[in-house]
Design a protein around this ligand. Structure first.
Ligand code: S3P
Length: 168
């Protein structure tokens, strides 16, 4: 099957944005990050959107944003960790899951990075969220890559998969 876009999913802090940027460079594709687009359109940080308008409103922005972004083709799209849980990812997207352990995520994220994520503030709540979501990420993805590796290895694995399947 020919896909329109590559959509990266995975829990907060799994590395979707870093992998997405590197992959886009490698494939000469445009990179877009759903959270960044939402923040720019709302002129507000994710934290402020959660605080002032609530999570449900944020989820509706995510669905609208992924629908609009996928009107175009040939992009690498990084999603927020909750997007595939609450929104339908349009068909003809090649979904790649960046599969990370919760403890590895916590270890890797700086305090600043943690503070940008309202749902990571309470560690036990975040761990429960991770446990609830992990199977869905794996089921939705056509391909999962282990987050425990260096960016060039990711790119290599994803690139091989794409070439193998002649997908983009
Ligand atoms: C969320 C993940 C965040 C951001 C928001 C909610 C989630 O994105 O969309 O804080 O529900 O997992 P990252 O996965 O890029 O941190």
């Amino acid at each position: 099957m020919q896909y329109d876009n590559i959509v990266l999913i995975g829990f907060m802090g799994s590395g979707k944005t870093s992998v997405g940027k590197a992959l886009a460079r490698q494939l000469y594709k445009n990179f877009v990050d759903v959270d960044t687009v939402i923040e720019a359109e709302q002129n507000s940080s994710i934290t402020d959107i959660f605080e002032n308008k609530g999570e449900e409103y944020f989820r509706s922005l995510e669905q609208k944003c992924i629908n609009e972004l996928t009107q175009k083709t040939g992009q690498i799209i990084a999603t927020g960790g909750g997007l595939p849980i609450y929104s339908a990812i349009p068909e003809k997207s090649l979904i790649i899951n960046i599969d990370a352990d919760f403890d590895v995520i916590l270890e890797r994220l700086s305090a600043k990075e943690r503070n940008k994520r309202p749902l990571l503030q309470d560690e036990s709540g975040a761990r429960a969220l991770f446990d609830q979501r992990i199977d869905t990420y794996r089921e939705l993805a056509q391909f999962s890559v282990d987050a425990n590796q260096k960016i060039p290895v990711f790119i290599h694995l994803i690139y091989d998969f794409i070439l193998d399947q002649r997908v983009l």
